[in-house]
Each structure stands twice: as C-alpha cells, then as structure tokens.
Write a protein that binds this ligand. Sequence first.
Ligand code: GDP
Ligand code: MN
Length: 389
Amino acid sequence: MNIHEYQTKELLRGYGVPVPEGRVAHNVDNAATVADELGGERWVVKAQIHAGGRGKGGGVKVASSLDEVRHFADQMIGSHLVTPQTGPEGRLVQRVLVEQASNIRQEYYLGLVIDRATQRITVIASASGGMNIEEVAKTDPDRVIREAIDPAVGLMSFQCRKIAANIGLQGRQIGEAAKLMKALYRCFRDKDALLAEINPLAEVEDGSLIALDAKMSFDGNALYRRPQITELRDFDEEDPKEVEATGHGLNYIALDGNVGCIVNGAGLAMATMDAISFHNGKPANFLDVGGGASPEKVGNAFRIVLQDPNVKIILVNIFAGINRCDWIAEGLVQAMRDQQIDVPIVVRLAGTNVEKGGPILAESGFPFIMADNLDDAATKVMATLEASA
Ligand code: GDP
Ligand code: MN
C-alpha cells in the first residue's frame, strides 16, 4: 500500500528525519494560508498523487509570492497530472503540499528496500540524486551503493558512515546522514514497510541534509497490525475494481491485456497467466476466488472482471480441492442468468465434484466452451479470440 508524500514526511518527521516545514492543502485559499503561516519568501507547491516524476510533469513548482502559490495550486488542484509514471490519462490531483523552499546545493539518493535475494533490508544510496535510480543503475551502476542490514543488530553506525562517505558526503554531514539513515530504518522496520525512498536527499545552503521528497509503501499483509498506517490509505489512488474485490474477499489485480482470468489460488493464477502468455495472449487481470468459493463469490468475480472494458473473453480455470466444481458451475450459470455477459467463456474444471460440475454447465443451455486441461483452455481462448476478431 502506498501513501502520499505529505503523509510520508509527517511520519518520518516523527522519527527524526529532517523534512521541510510544510502542510497539505485541499484548495487554493488553503494553500495560500499555509504559505502565509509558514512564512519566508519562497515556497514549493507539490501535487500529491501516488506517482513520481511529478517534477517533469509540472507537478512541482517553486513560487516567489503568495499570488504565485495560489496560481500553482489553482493549476494543480482538480487537474489530471501526467508524469512518466502515470500513463497518458494522468491522475486527478486532489491536494497539494505547500512547503518552504530549500536552496539546493546537491541532490543525493537514499532508499531502503527489501532485497529478496539476500532476504535483508538493504540501503541503496547514490550521489546521483533527483533522477530515476533504476536509470542510474543501468547507465552508471558504479554510482549506486548497496549495503545489506543484518536484522539481528540493525543498521550499524559504521555502515552509515561508509555509505555516506561513498556518496561523497563530508565532515559533519557524515554524522547527520548516519542519524537520518538510522531514523529511516527504524521507521521502515516499525511500520512493516516494503520501500522507503528519499529522492532527492538534498544538501542545502548551510551544508545540512534534508529529505526534499519522500515515498513509502507498506506490506498489505501487515496492515492488520499497523492501524496508524491503514488510516493513511487513499482509496482514490487505487483501482476501484481492486478495492471492491478486497471487500468481497477476492484477490484481484488489474493488468493490461484482454483475457479475463477467474481462478482459484495464486499459484494457479500464475500458471494460468503463463499459459495464456505462452499462447501469445495477454491476461487482463489476476483474480483469485480462493478456497471454498460460493456461487455468490463466483458471481462477484464475474462482475468485477467485466467492469474492465478491455476484457474480450473470460477463462475460468478451477482446480478444486477445498472448492467444489458443482458450486463453481452453479455460480457460473447464475452469473450468466443475472448479468449481461456477452463475451465468450472458456471453462476448465478439475478436482472435487468435477463429475457434477460438467453436467450443470452442459445442461444450462449457455454456450460455455469446455476445455480438458490448462493448455487446451489457453488454446481455445486464443482460437476463439481469433475467430471473433
Ligand atoms: P518527483 O519529480 O515526483 O520525484 O518530485 P520531487 O519532490 O523529487 O521534486 C522534483 C524536483 O523538484 C527535485 O528533484 C528538485 O530538483 C526540485 N525541488 C523540489 N523541492 C524543491 C525546493 O524546495 N527547492 C528547489 N529549488 N527545488 C526543489
Ligand atoms: Mn523525487
């Protein structure tokens, strides 16, 4: 789960990470008031959306007067901001962060991620801040420094000093950076984060370091024990189909192909997507109905998959253990009766009560396309798509 920059900064401030003075504003008057209260002569107005690259898209502006603050806030709030990370449709900006502007001397990168290979929280740092770190890693890998953290002892001072020196910090900055890294690590660990990224970590006029941009995302499976983080969730930034699916106990992830997939179990979902890809198709989603799926749950699965206008065919692939093929079949027939379903449906059933499930579909009178196994199912999906193209 991702949160907004202003929320991340609020959280990090509590841990002792230096961040600019600032507050969120939901309208133009509010933005001007915040700037006035902050004082100073220059402010930054920053569009709050769950996507980076805002600087490139016009979502980060430095204002030199309260009128300019109003002007930029007015431009941003209510607009759809397009950045290299949003896709062409952009994201609706509902609020801006207004901060005191900093005079930047140098931009660094500092991040924490979970490295799955070493199974450790890992610090990533670079002297090439302000830019896309993936890009730096590709073009200039020597400029990206990695340091794994041993969970038994946490982030050690010597590691912090090493990282700081390696990205070119000097003198008292080394100690400052070490304090900042430790604070970031404590927050990351305490809150079950998956990613924390400060980009840029800026060196300002007087040589001190400050987190000018901050992004964090958190492990959805740990939210049950992190109520403070759960409260920061912004459903407007998430795919409404995914939100609805969660409410129905379904696991749905939107993708960009045209084959809707309804399956049971995450492993089978992966195998199904692989089979479709192997036959040169593209899955439109990943939908896992889980174990013991009732006919109602199957109906909800159809409703959610069909909300995606790109879906041209649906593949139902069930390998029933705890599930029952007769229940799934009843759910399918019920969905055909209740819903406006005008895309073809390929069904592969196997496992518990398959001898009852098949006849239910066959006797329903609906034109289900039956498949014997996963490969057969993927083949029939592609053949049907081709025939209707
Ligand atoms: P992102 O593009 O979404 O990653 O947004 P950032 O918060 O990283 O802002 C993009 C760029 O705007 C930064 O790399 C800085 O160069 C610039 N910027 C952000 N805050 C300030 C500030 O307080 N003063 C100045 N002069 N530039 C800023
Ligand atoms: Mn940034």
